[in-house]
Design a protein around this ligand. Structure first.
Ligand code: C2E
Ligand code: MG
Ligand code: MG
Length: 727
């Protein structure tokens, strides 16, 4: 119907109402509706068909809806009636929005904007039928033009986008998907009775559909959950809101299984709950994998014992309990002695088996509540979580040592192995795992230095040392990577000619805060850690480099002695020394090695072999600080040592102190018998020099001639052929 007619009707009607004085509260919308109906009926009566509802053309006609510019429906054809289910009478006069499936936020703008934005091309929209069903349709809009060509309304032509599936097909498809799902699905009715289950349900729970239907979901109840928890799940099935979580269920065979569950409900058109459903998956495989991963993460694969990380967790928990109960505890660090040689000589398989068996023996002598772990390498740790007295942990250490007494028989080898055990006690030595372990470790290293099996408690004195060591270790590491270390050279002079015939390289640390720091302050600490190896390597390299510099400068070649720590005496020492001498192209004879007696008392067979090898390459060995250790003449004979250095403590007393004189004399006599060169160190006075020379000492090193000096100063002394005044 042309919109101009409606407009005209509206005007007339308004006039009529105004004239009759009837109720003017009659809303304009209602009025508009009435009038539009009137107009529509008129236009319909003009149609050729007598029964529009059955008109076959109209049935197939595309739905066309006309609106005024405000969006009120002005015309509604048969196609629209079929599509939406509303008769023209019901639709005309209402706002077009009543057909929308989704109501736009800004209702006023929508219609017109739609038009402006899209113009005539098709757009896809969602609409709602009278039945409530929503559907998708293509919509084309065009303007209705007035007499003066102005837009006075809009025409919407719709065509439904056919759903690809029929309702029946959809239902079948959904049923198939539910049936084939890997997740178990159970559906209950309002009485909480199971009405449907899928095959995955049967697979997971063991109950067939026949067994489950008619039962309540309690069929799967494990009995492990609290009433509270069950109430939550129950509430979800009653419509309290969707619920997701993990539940332990029970299978038909009684086995418990973890399941991940989602619970939801289904409502009918009136909003009433008709069904509840539960979709669940069996996550026991996942849990098993998680457990396996936990094992990998927490247990040592070789011994099956807890590893370091689990050990820390367990001990922290135990300490928390100990704190509450005011209990005592102890942490033992156990290091196997000479394990490395087993590994090196018999292979890693034997080494691994040894570690396994050691772990088993340790476990067998401990109580169940004691925590035993492997801390990597050949180190084990034990936490005694509740002991009455700290001495009791000593007893446990004894038991652990005794467990190693019997030989380990592996691949026909009977292996004897000992251990060093350090003990730190809680709460005396430390309050947390890390501190206790660190202090037990310090104690262990102490006892290990004696090279025999045993155990040692940590003490406060060790504590102080450990702390210093920590700090120093960091600083020294820094010093090694930077330019803070240097070598000073102390000349050795011949007691026959007074000429410089060698020097000892002594390390100095140019500490950024403390200035020039002497080796006594950091070498012993470096020796307790592996830093001594790096430090030692640096000294070897630097001494060789300096010798080459002097040689290149035309100085007469002078042997330089470097000090070697016992820990440097390993399999790599020869390679390290040879590497450095070759790199700097200096003869091995120019490098002397000063060692101390402590080296001679440990694993002497191995040391002798190494020393012989060193001597074969031309390196000469000097025994430093001689007289302070336990070396006997008979003992010394076994080692290829060419020089004895009489320790300064005996030099200080000569010639006044009779004892010192006697000792110095004995050393010189002994050295002469062994055809060793004798050097007296720390000579400060002429009297000392004269006495020692008369005894038969070959060389002198001491402040009397020169303190240790920087390389350039020493170079000058040699160049100037500086001599010691012997008379
Ligand atoms: P050492 O090898 O016995 O070195 C001799 C020490 O006596 C040096 O102390 C030296 O300065 C000092 N000395 C020399 N003549 C006299 C004297 O007439 N009177 C007095 N009172 N002292 C004298 P320094 O340089 O402090 O070295 C101490 C120790 O540190 C060395 O004893 C050595 O055992 C160790 N050391 C030094 N450098 C190194 C190194 O590069 N590596 C290793 N492993 N140890 C080193
Ligand atoms: Mg020395
Ligand atoms: Mg010395």
């Amino acid at each position: 119907m042309p919109d101009s007619s409606i407009k005209r009707c509206l005007e007339l009607c308004a006039l009529a109402h105004a004239q009759s004085g009837e109720d003017l509260t009659y809303s304009l919308t209602e009025l508009r509706h009435e009038l539009q109906m009137l107009a529509h009926e008129k236009s319909c009566s003009a149609l050729p068909s007598s029964n529009p509802d059955l008109d076959s053309d109209a049935l197939t006609a595309a739905p066309v809806i006309s609106m005024d510019m405000a969006g009120y429906i002005t015309d509604w054809n048969q196609g629209a009636q079929i599509m939406f289910g509303y008769s023209a009478k019901e639709a005309i006069g209402r706002h077009i929005l009543f057909l929308y499936a989704d109501i736009p936020e800004d209702q006023n703008n929508e219609i017109h904007e739609l038009f402006l934005e899209h113009g005539s091309p098709l757009i896809e929209v969602r609409r709602r039928r009278k039945s409530g069903e929503t559907f998708r349709a293509n919509l084309a809009l065009s303007h209705i033009l007035g007499d003066a060509n102005e837009a006075i309304g809009m025409v919407a032509t719709l065509s439904e986008i056919a759903d690809r599936l029929s309702t029946e097909e959809k239902q079948q498809l959904h049923a198939r998907i539910i049936e084939d799902s890997d997740e178990g699905i159970l559906i209950t009715d309002t009485n909480e009775l199971i009405v449907s289950v899928n095959s995955a349900f049967s697979c997971i729970t063991g109950y067939s559909a026949r067994e489950a239907i008619g039962q309540t979901p309690d069929l799967l109840r494990s009995g492990v959950h609290s009433t509270d928890f069950r109430a939550q799940v129950h509430a979800a099935m009653q419509g309290a809101g969707a619920w997701q979580g993990e539940i332990i269920g029970r299978r038909k065979n009684g086995e418990l299984f973890p399941q991940s569950v989602s619970i939801g409900i289904v409502r009918n058109v009136d909003g009433m709950i008709t069904h509840a459903y539960s979709i669940f998956s069996d996550i026991s495989v996942l849990r098993a994998t998680e457990k396996r991963m936990q094992e990998v993460v927490n247990y040592d694969s070789l011994t099956g014992l807890p590893n370091r990380s689990l050990f820390h967790q367990l001990v922290e928990q135990a300490l928390a309990t100990a704190r509450r109960n005011n209990d005592h505890g102890a942490l033992l660090v156990i290091d196997l002695n000479r394990f490395t040689s087993v590994n090196d000589s018999l292979g890693h398989d034997v080494g691994d088996e040894l570690l396994r068996q050691v772990g088993q023996r340790f476990r067998s002598v401990l109580r169940d509540e004691d925590i035993l772990a492997r801390d990597g390498g050949d180190e084990f740790v034990v936490a005694l979580v509740s002991i009455h007295k700290r001495e009791h942990s000593g007893l446990v250490a004894e038991k652990l040592l005794a467990a190693l007494d019997a030989p380990f028989v592996i691949e026909s080898h009977a292996l004897h192995i000992g251990a060093s055990i350090g003990i730190a006690t809680y709460p005396e030595d430390g309050l947390d795992t890390a501190a206790l372990q660190r202090f037990a470790d310090v104690a262990m290293k102490r006892i290990q230095a004696n090279n025999e099996s045993g155990y040692l408690f940590f003490s406060s004195e060790m504590n102080v040392r450990a702390k210093e060591q920590w700090q120093l270790e960091g600083e020294l590491r820094h010093a090694l990577s930077g330019q803070e270390l240097r070598l000073h050279y102390q000349p050795k002079v011949s007691l026959r000619s007074g000429r410089i015939i060698g020097a000892e390289a002594l390390i100095r640390w140019s500490h950024p805060e403390h200035g020039l720091t002497m080796p006594g302050e950091f070498v012993p600490l470096a020796e307790e850690t592996s830093l001594i190896l790096e430090l030692g390597s640096w000294v070897i390299e630097e001494a060789c480099r300096q010798i080459r510099v002097w040689m290149d400068a035309g100085l007469e070649p002078i042997p330089i002695a470097i000090n070697l720590s016992a820990r440097q005496f390993d399999d790599q020492l020869i390679d390290r020394l040879r590497g450095a001498t070759e790199r700097h192209k200096i003869p091995c004879e120019l490098l002397k090695l000063e060692i101390t007696e402590s080296l001679l008392v440990c694993d002497s067979e191995k040391v002798i072999l190494l020393m012989n090898e060193l001597a074969a390459f031309g390196f000469t060995l000097a025994l430093d600080d001689f007289g302070t250790g336990y070396s006997s003449l008979a003992y010394l004979k076994k080692f290829p040592i060419s020089t004895l250095k009489i320790d300064r403590t005996f030099v200080t007393g000569v010639p006044g102190d009779e004892n010192d004189c006697a000792i110095a004399q004995a050393i010189v006599t002994m050295g002469k018998q062994l055809r060793q060169e004798i050097v007296a160190e720390g000579v400060e006075t002429h009297a000392q020099m004269a006495f020692l020379r008369d005894l038969g000492c070959d060389q002198l090193q001491g402040y009397l001639f020169s303190p240790p000096v920087p390389a350039d100063v020493f170079g000058t002394m040699v160049r100037e052929k500086r001599r010691l005044q012997l008379d």
